[in-house]
Design a protein around this ligand. Structure first.
Ligand code: BTN
Length: 268
């Protein structure tokens, strides 16, 4: 499915850029979706770890069945990997992805502008600049494959989204002259991801969640959560030890939200 595949094994991207990451990076000219590509590889028995990066996706996908606009210039990357962790614990990788994206954006934009919105949208000056889509499946031999898909608006943001979106190029620090190339952004992302992954594997989820909390404002504000067909409103009361959002509803009950679209600072 991928066109003009260009393998970069041993942690190198085309162009000789060295990636300080444990996982090699494969840079494709185009594919349907780097997540779909990762899934096909996993189902064919590949274990990873492997970063699959494409300059363009013809069928990029977002959360909740939405499309992800995928024109050349932005970053479309998926880490294919395998884990022995049970599914609920493996899902914590989404927090690692958000932290790694925040580190990538920090490299080029003022850190004060970079925040995370529960659980894994990464924002620049309050508007969405990046999203994460994690997919997984069971392996016949045991364990889970994970496809950690990350889209970062480096140079353009989609029009017509429900909430405003933005791109890194609009928020560069004074000493940065241009948005990074796809190669540089992929290298920085892979490197940052590796640091957080190693921390997770050696120290567990608590330090990850602490770092994530420090980047995530609004966890004590009114919030509205859209969960499939149901919409619930309440006041956020932080996150549970597993990262679920704690939402206090009007009737006084506490609802734990593990997935869905949540909008902070809004009443129902
Ligand atoms: C979201 O809806 O916020 C998640 C968007 C995830 C987009 C990325 S781009 C790379 C990877 N391949 C895909 O098809 N989707 C993810």
């Amino acid at each position: 499915m991928a066109g003009a595949a260009d393998a970069g094994g041993g942690g190198r991207l085309r162009g000789g850029l060295t990636v300080a990451s444990a996982a090699p990076v494969l840079l494709l000219d185009h594919t349907d979706s780097t997540n779909a590509d990762a899934r096909r590889r996993a189902e064919a028995g590949e274990t990873g770890p492997l970063w699959i990066v494409a300059r363009r996706q013809t069928a990029g996908r977002g959360r909740r069945g939405r499309a992800w606009e995928s024109d050349t210039g932005n970053l479309f990357a998926t880490l294919l990997t395998t884990t022995p962790k049970p599914p609920a614990e493996a899902a914590q990788v989404t927090f690692i992805a958000a932290l790694a994206v925040a580190d990538l954006l920090d490299t080029y934009a003022p850190s004060s502008l970079v925040t995370i919105k529960w659980p894994n949208d990464v924002m620049l000056a309050g508007d969405k600049a990046a999203g994460v889509l994690v997919e997984s499946g069971a392996r016949a031999e045991g364990g889970l494959w994970l496809a950690v898909g990350i889209g970062v608006n480096l140079v353009h943001a989609p029009d017509g989204t429900e909430r405003p979106a933005t791109a890194l190029v609009h928020h560069l620090r004074g000493d940065v002259t241009a948005a990074p190339t796809v190669e540089s952004a992929a290298a920085r992302l892979a490197e940052a991801f590796d640091v957080w992954l190693t921390r997770w594997e050696t120290l567990g989820f608590e330090p990850i969640l602490d770092a994530w909390r420090a980047r995530t404002p609004g966890l004590d504000r009114p919030a509205v959560a859209r969960l499939g067909r149901e919409t619930v409103a309440g006041v956020a009361e932080g996150v549970a030890p597993d990262g679920a959002l704690k939402l206090r509803l009007a009737d006084g009950s506490l609802r734990l939200i593990s997935a869905g679209d949540v909008f902070f600072g809004e009443a129902a």
